[in-house]
Design a protein. Structure first.
Lengths: 295, 323
């Protein structure tokens, strides 16, 4: 068997693949957080719960309505997004004039409610969600087997991330958004409906979390707990990348997934903590984050 | 002249506030001294340790404006170290507690140096992430005994003379620790240091422009808060004779935020009231399982949306006297 640095290539590439998969989710989730933070100045603690909701939407659609993966991929993000917008309209809206910490506390409370309700109903164990037929199986790349579904997740996540980056950085709509991030009052004075834009942005960010949830359903099991611990890692990713740039959060997400995968190969004891250690180092050297600007 | 008037008014207002806070404090002490003859001492001890934990947390958020979402790491670290010292090394309870508290103080220095490099929301995320790192460390390291935790920790003989296995002896020991911690925090927030801290909370750039090294103040506040949270954790380990992963998990960090928010951020007595309410609720609703989490979440939402001052904050506002 071929080896690299004393590690069988199979194991190495296998872990790198898992790293890339995790990285896809880190990127999608931190992207959503960054988009929301940019305009609302709120750290969305509910993000993990909304990711979990996305996965449960997929599960319900399959088991209650008989709608498969592809339907879920379209419906679940919209449903999560709509739910997010409802939260924004009814609750978050009241907090914009206050200290940003209240937004954090409110979304934390909402996350507790949502996760508690689902744990009540479904316990802590996971529910299985099948891989869609079109994407079952795997192909042999010569040096490793690549399951089709995993390839799809990486591809789809890249497309969504780059698409989001393109919309925000290169289109007129995105320019409004960036302008509103800089100075909402001025943008509103130009006749743009900023409150509606805020609602839609929050809905979009939450929708991304829902989308990530659907994509995660066949890989990890659908469980009420799935978002709770993940979101803390994503927070660390966000601190490392800094929330100043969209591309920054995408690159950091994928890169940290890979680093985590490599750690699993070379020093498994640290695989849970490596991202937090990197965060500590980044804070010492560049407190604003790798791509961030201090604000 | 005008400034002297204002200064004079400030002094009287300050003394007035101290006056009724003294009354409230006396009432609290009397209640706590009588309580073990009415209520179950272990329940009271649990509530007291959490009250101290919440007060320590409040020192940071209420007076320094720094929201830590990782305070469980100080509670848990002190608990583990104290339990280990008492059980494996046979430390006396007072030394075991001091040792555990010291460990949390050290952890506070290290994590504080990192966390104060960012403000506001980032501060919360960084403390949360650091606490999660510490959590994973305790999951893996052997001395914490993994999921079981350190069990059957001996309470021992206080000063070699008082047998703490008697519930009332333990209760009054815990009460003394709580009151010492409470008075220390009270002293800190009414000291010049506390005033500077409040100034930083209100407007950090202005405090910097007045010549204060705000980072040093914030770090000291963070370490003090961590140390007192550690004191609570070490005491808690002896009360329950157990140190487990529950105390380091992020849900514990969330719980202390909830207690303080419910009682009133930045009030003197709020965290105590908040801790007692939450602990009582958990005690009576334990049979409801996950509904406790849902109710906690609902209290969070209600506090943030409807009464941000918290119970004691609202009461103080109504009485026009800060409590």
């Amino acid at each position: 068997m071929t080896e690299i640095f004393g590690v069988p290539t199979q194991a190495l590439f296998g872990q790198l693949l898992i790293g890339l998969i995790n990285g896809s989710f880190y990127a999608l989730l931190s992207l959503g957080l960054a988009v929301i933070f940019g305009l609302l100045n709120i750290i969305n603690f509910t993000h993990g719960a909304q990711y979990m909701l996305g996965a449960f939407f997929a599960y319900f659609l399959l088991n209650k309505a008989g709608l498969g993966y592809w339907w879920s991929l379209a419906i679940a993000p919209l449903a999560s997004g709509a739910f997010g917008m409802l939260i924004e309209r009814t609750m978050l809206k009241q907090l914009y004039k206050l200290d940003h910490l209240y937004g954090l506390l409110l979304t934390f409370g909402l996350a507790l409610i949502i996760q508690g309700l689902f744990r009540n109903e479904y316990g802590s164990s996971g529910l299985p969600y099948p891989i869609p037929e079109e994407l079952s199986g795997a192909r042999n790349l010569g040096f490793m087997f690549l399951p089709n579904y995993r390839a799809w997740v990486i591809f789809a996540s890249l497309v969504v991330c780059v698409g989001t980056w393109f919309v925000i950085e290169r289109t007129k709509l995105g320019s409004y958004l960036r302008a509103a991030t800089e100075n909402p009052a001025l943008v509103q004075a130009f006749g743009i409906n900023v409150p509606r834009m805020i609602t839609l942005t929050y809905g979009f960010g939450v929708g991304l979390a829902g989308l990530a949830g659907v994509m995660a359903a066949p890989i990890y099991q659908v469980s009420p707990q799935m978002g709770a611990d993940l979101i803390i890692v994503v927070f660390a990713v966000v601190v490392i990348g800094g929330m100043g740039s969209i591309m920054g959060s995408i690159v950091t997400g994928f890169a940290l997934g890979l680093v985590e995968g490599l750690t699993k190969v070379f020093y498994p004891e640290a695989s849970n903590t490596v991202i937090f250690i990197i965060m500590a180092i980044v804070l010492m050297i560049k407190p604003a984050g790798l791509f961030g600007t201090q604000r | 002249m005008a400034s002297e008037d204002r200064a004079a008014a400030g002094v009287t207002r300050e003394e007035g506030s101290l006056g009724h806070q003294r009354i409230a404090f006396t009432v609290m002490v009397v209640l706590f001294v009588l309580a073990p003859f009415v209520f179950y001492p272990v329940f009271l001890m649990k509530a007291l340790t959490f009250a101290l934990f919440a007060c320590a947390f409040n020192l940071l958020i209420g007076f320094g404006g720094l929201l830590s979402f990782g305070h469980a790491m100080f509670l848990g670290t002190a608990g583990y170290v104290c339990a280990h010292a008492a059980k494996e090394w046979g430390f006396n309870p007072e030394f075991a507690i001091l040792f555990g508290t010291g460990a949390s103080a050290l952890l506070g220095i290290v994590t504080g140096l990192l966390a104060i490099r960012r403000q506001g929301i980032y501060f919360a995320m960084i403390t949360l992430a650091l606490a999660q790192m510490i959590f994973f460390f305790y999951v893996q390291t052997p001395f914490t005994k993994g999921e079981d935790g350190i069990q059957a920790v001996p309470r021992g003989m206080l000063f070699g003379a008082i047998d703490l296995s008697r519930p009332l002896a333990m209760y009054f020991f815990v009460l003394v620790i709580f009151l010492a911690g409470f008075l220390l925090i009270y002293r800190i927030i009414h000291s010049p240091f506390g005033q500077v801290l409040k100034a930083i909370r209100e407007n950090e750039p202005r405090a910097i422009s007045l010549g204060y090294r705000t980072d040093q103040y914030k770090l000291l506040a963070f370490v003090l808060s961590a140390t007192l949270a550690g004191l609570a954790g070490a005491t808690k380990a002896l009360v329950f004779q157990l140190a487990s992963l529950t105390d380091v998990h992020w849900t514990m960090s969330g719980e202390v935020v909830l207690m303080t928010l419910l009682g009133g951020l930045g009030t003197v007595f709020g965290p105590v009231v908040g801790a007692f309410i939450i602990i009582t609720m958990e005690n009576y609703l334990a049979a409801l399982g996950q509904w406790v989490t849902v109710i906690q979440g609902a209290i969070f939402v209600a506090c943030v949306l409807a009464f941000r001052r918290g119970i004691i904050g609202e009461l103080g506002h109504w009485l026009k006297k800060p409590l």
